[in-house]
Design a protein around this ligand. Sequence first.
Ligand code: ADP
Ligand code: SF4
Length: 690
Amino acid sequence: MSRNRRYDVLFEPMAIGPVTAKNRFYQVPHCNGGGYRDPSAVAEMRGIKAQGGWGVIFTEQCEMHHSSEIAPFIELRLWEDQDIPMIAKMADRMKEHGALAGIQLAYSGINGPNLYTKEVPLAPTAMPIRTFTNDPVQARALDKQDIKDLRRWFVNAAKRSRIAGFDLICLYGAHGFGIFQHFLSTATNQRSDEYGGSLENRARFVREVVEDIRNEVGDTMGLTLRLSLDEMMGDLGFANSEVRDFIEMHADLPDLWDLAHGAWEDCSGPSRFKEEAAQFDLVTGIKALTTKPVVGVGRFTSPDVMVKQITSGTLDFIGCARPSIADPFLPKKVEEGRIEDIRECIGCNICITGDMTMSISRCTQNPTFMEEWRKGWHPEQMNTKGASSSVLIVGSGPAGLEAALACAKRGYDVALAEAGETLGGRVARERLLPGLSAWGRVADYRTYQLSQLANVQTYPGSELDAAQILDFGFENICIATGADWRADGVSRQHVVPMPMDAAMPVFTPDDIMAGRLPTGHVTLYDDDHYYMGGVLAELLVQKGCTVTLVTPCAYVSDWTNNTLEQATIHRRLAEMGVDIQLNRGVLSVNAGSVITNCTYTEQTRQQPCDAIVIVASRQPRDTLYTTLKAREADWADAGITSVKLIGDANAPGPIAWATYAGHRYARELDGADIGDALPFRREIAALATT
Ligand code: ADP
Ligand code: SF4
């Protein structure tokens, strides 16, 4: 197949300074939780995107000098020549299929606490470091000599980037993270010398650095400037109108304008709160202010929306971070006329949690993300089939669906049995909750792909028991039967069931998703701390309840700090009139009230209510598995060689954990026993010889 003509515009080459991108698919810099700790894993991840057809591929932010770093967050480092081989490996992989390789040079200024290097942070104006973690550190103001040094450090980094083989340098001035924004914004630049005050003065530093770098490497490398379309701080910040003034005044400054948005949480808005192409209004009209190309982002997954960005004269390049993670082969699929094969990002921001938790990223939709090198997993190719032939997968949630698809792609004969009438498991229910409709893509993508394969049979409306499974004669049995929300309060505050009066109506998330709703004044007790408690509070208000949300945490939906949603969730609930009670638990449930307790003291309070919604932990549905295990002696006669428990039925977790478990099951089926060996590759730092 070949592409539809209406997508031709996406494949037109375009120059960025002295270099030319082969198409308009532009992977903007994005974190991955691997950075300098896992350089080969990151290099391979970027290399897979090159295979997938991206025209431009960038690194994550690369700390370009040791005097500004953001430990414990794990990004790249280019502090000295020793760092060059690591980033050169990435550049090589990026360029393998004709993409331009870009490096994002970051100097974190007021955003870098320097916890690792112990250097005093430098910023345009002396003030407290502005981080997610409120580090008790202040920066010193750069003096004139510091500014000269900083300009030289940028040139040094640019020279090292060229040696490493990069084609493009992105100067980071967005998301509140990069020094260029700190100079441009009156919120962080309160200088009275020629680098502060008027916009022209505040822009002096970026002009100087661009000129310095261009003089050194501009003959062979393109220079891009990444700015936020609006700092989202009102007039004091670098607001959209001033961004436009700046671009108009410096129309030809960089070789390309890379327009991000606000703080990171504004730019990477989850689908719960932001639609595709959400920045359209903020970016519209900017292209007319410059002759240089413009790239913008907006969680673009639809090629038609992409085309509109270009034909409407809004953007020249389609910037993608998350869509390129969910489907590294997005451009190839458009090119080959395989639009329905695109694995669309669901906007859950689980990928971002890898960076925020300094671990390594996962993707709900693409379980191979960051496993390309560690495990040798390719997003489009499965390993060859093993010795056995047939697999029965029980349960069609994210784990079962992914296991079925990946096993079928390996060439097994797959049967997928589902008790309910709809495929999708938890996703089929959760997609109906406020703001979560895009999450349905987890099921839609896989259901469609399965429907295209001849070696898969799906059986909805089939609740299986052990006896049936033993009768069927499948060689491999994969149990992906999911989990139920507990009604007894067991989670973190309560490790055993809490005291409850049977007269109080008690609801779990499963009840509510099944349409059994409380009425009147509801206490919602959230000891889960991810999205479910906040989402249900929103739903219950919509349904006419008065809601008091009680959580032992200091934040509503605490773990969503890692998905960059927490502040928006709190704002949404507060605006809806939810009574938010933080740092409080629920001690017991009585008829007509619950007793809440302060997390820190012995103080308790009676909270009158008509019902309680308990968002605690989940109980794996593993009876089928344990029953089959108990009949292991019958397996051989039944032709069964393996029975495995995966996903929420094994250990409940976020959806991304389930798709990963499903994929892993398929990859490892019929695999050699690796014994006590590590199931993935890793890199360890070379030991110094002295
Ligand atoms: P996961 O996140 O691990 O994929 P889910 O809870 O989303 O788990 O999905 C589990 C699915 O398994 C549900 O759709 C449920 O209806 C189905 N299921 C549970 N028990 C059985 C069974 N005995 N036979 C067939 N399907 C089952
Ligand atoms: Fe998109 Fe979620 Fe994957 Fe991130 S983790 S790329 S938001 S699907």
